[in-house]
Design a protein around this ligand. Structure first.
Ligand code: NDP
Length: 515
């Protein structure tokens, strides 16, 4: 694997890790916006707006990019606007055929996608492979729905009638976080395109690569130029997109504070927004649960992608009568997780996205200990044996002796840290589980069917699980209650967020005017 040659659209990158020569010549960042069906050099490059993208696993420079300013964002939006007149007029079936070709191309190139996703994010490659499939799933699923997007016929008095149409919105913008880059590009672009919109995406400045690869795939599949565009940049570029008068809708994934800014920026133009924001989700384990499954659920709910997952069950409530057995199994299985090179197939904990995020997590852990939490395992900075791996690695951490008002129990840590909290009664735990401003996900492990549904019915969360956690399927809506967001991604309901309803009254008789 170390000597494997990786080909990124025709340009070979020698070795397992090296500077991505397709996107940087070591001087000025070039050709990594994707506009009008090709990589382009940004307009008006500004040496003060160069973003250095570091590889999480090694801490070394991966690529340098130019942040996109107003002219560049406008160029992308105008291309998308021009492309809209053609794309929106195709039938759903015509759009579907192109999208299905794109899905097939990604399948053919999935290892290449997974490779770059891992280098970009630091997550283990086995997870990156799954993430690539979530993007494929979205493209296939929404392409399958495209021909069925239709309105209603409403009979009215005297043979008159009305009908409704579901029309696209226009140019939609997507803004993504760094933890699931290809998934976000796929989850946002697929429904947008299937519904007849065109699309401009801004990935996180930390993970710019696979969104551009997706653009190349769409073009190869026959997507008309300008339908899918990528502008690289940081928050300012995101703001330019939100405020652009020709953007009809913004689909955002990120933190609550930024989501609030996106909503405010979009409000000026009365644009619709979809917001997928943060979380502090509860998982409740009752004494009658299958404890091995519950432990597995708690680990899925906390340790994927180094814990950098919005829906994570960072508050695991365990009925006190089984606390000791649960903890023993959780600590034992957590301790077995292999930490290290994300490119290794058996690695289960890769590198944190960057040093700042690792520092943030360690600060939360220090604070938790000061507030009385006990580290049952992990929570340490780990130095892998391989000297090239100079990124930040944190061993997955189980915190016990937690109580509800600790900072680590209340705030989103976004790292591999789970807080274990004991409880005695169902009423008590539901109240405590809901005692948060977030409402992204929630779960319960129990073998009592009635209790499972009773608890979930009271849970204030948009995405709930009974006897599992953090599984996703493109056919099932995903999104949050309370400050965790607005709108949904995935599932049939998403079509509503990328279309608008046009109502048409048809008079079959004479006009009955009172004047
Ligand atoms: P941020 O909110 O910091 O950033 C998200 C995106 O918004 C990035 O592309 C960022 O650019 C951009 N951005 C920053 N400021 C603005 C602005 N003023 N206007 C428009 N766009 C802006 O989140 P992170 O990237 O740090 O991701 C972590 C957060 O995302 C966590 O809170 C997590 O819970 C949440 N998240 C939610 C998910 C969900 O589905 N609910 C899924 C995944 C993550 P840049 O980073 O380039 O500066």
């Amino acid at each position: 694997m170390w000597l494997q040659q990786v080909v990124l659209r025709g340009v070979q990158v020698a070795g397992r890790r090296g500077v991505c020569s397709t996107v940087s010549n070591g001087k000025l960042p070039l050709h990594f916006n994707y506009i009008n069906g090709e990589r382009v050099s940004p307009l008006n490059p500004d040496p003060n707006q160069v973003m250095k993208v570091l590889e999480p696993a090694t801490g070394e420079l991966l690529i340098e990019l130019q942040a996109s300013g107003p002219d560049e964002v406008n160029r992308a939006v105008q291309c998308a606007k021009e492309a809209y007149s053609e794309w929106s007029q195709l039938t759903g079936l015509q759009r579907a055929r192109i999208m299905q070709r794109a899905a097939q191309i990604i399948k053919d190139r999935q290892e290449e996608f997974a490779y770059w996703e891992t280098r970009d994010t630091g997550k283990p490659i086995y997870e990156a492979r799954m993430d690539i499939w979530t993007a494929i799933d979205a493209i296939e699923y929404f392409s399958g729905l495209a021909p069925s997007i239709a309105g209603q016929h409403v009979p009215l008095a005297n043979g008159s009638f009305a009908y409704t149409k579901r029309e696209p919105l226009g140019v939609c913008a997507g803004i993504g976080a760094w933890n699931y880059p290809i998934q976000m590009a796929g989850w946002k672009s697929a429904p947008a395109l299937a519904c007849g919109n065109t699309f401009v995406f801004k990935p996180s400045q930390f993970t710019p690569i696979t969104a551009v690869m997706l653009g190349e795939v769409y073009t190869e599949a026959g997507l008309p130029h300008g339908c899918y565009n990528v502008v690289q940049g940081a928050g300012d570029t995101g703001t330019l997109l939100c405020e652009h008068p020709d953007i009809a809708k913004v689909s955002f994934t990120g933190s609550v504070p930024t989501g609030s800014k996106v909503m405010a920026a979009a409000a000026g133009g009365i644009k619709t927004v979809t917001l997928e924001l943060g979380g502090k989700s509860p998982l409740i384990v009752f004494a009658d649960a299958n404890l091995d499954n519950a432990v597995g659920g708690a680990m899925l709910g906390n340790f994927l992608s180094q814990g950098e997952v919005c829906s994570n069950a960072t508050r695991v409530f365990v009925e006190n009568s089984v606390m000791d057995q649960f903890l023993q199994r959780l600590v034992e299985r957590t301790g077995r997780m292999k930490i290290g090179d994300p490119m290794d197939d058996d690695t289960r904990v890769g590198a944190m996205i960057h040093q700042d995020q690792a520092d943030k997590v360690m600060t939360y852990l220090d604070g938790a200990k000061k507030e009385g939490a006990v580290v049952a395992c992990g929570g340490e900075l780990v130095t892998p044996d391989d000297p090239r791996l100079k990124g930040s690695y944190i061993s997955p951490c189980v915190l016990t002796n937690c109580h509800d008002d600790m900072t680590v129990v209340q705030e989103e840590v976004f790292g591999p840290v789970v807080s274990i909290l004991g409880f005695d009664t169902e009423e008590e735990v539901i109240q405590r589980a809901n005692n948060t401003e977030y409402g992204l996900a929630g779960g319960v492990f129990t073998n009592d069917l009635t209790r499972a549904h009773r608890v979930i019915a009271q849970m204030q969360a948009g995405t709930c699980y009974i006897n599992n956690f953090n599984i996703i399927d493109v056919a099932v809506p995903f999104g949050g209650f309370k400050k965790s967001g607005l709108g949904r991604e995935n599932g049939l309901v998403t079509l509503e967020y990328y279309t608008q309803v046009k109502t048409v009254y048809v008079e079959m008789g004479d006009v009955d005017a009172p004047f």
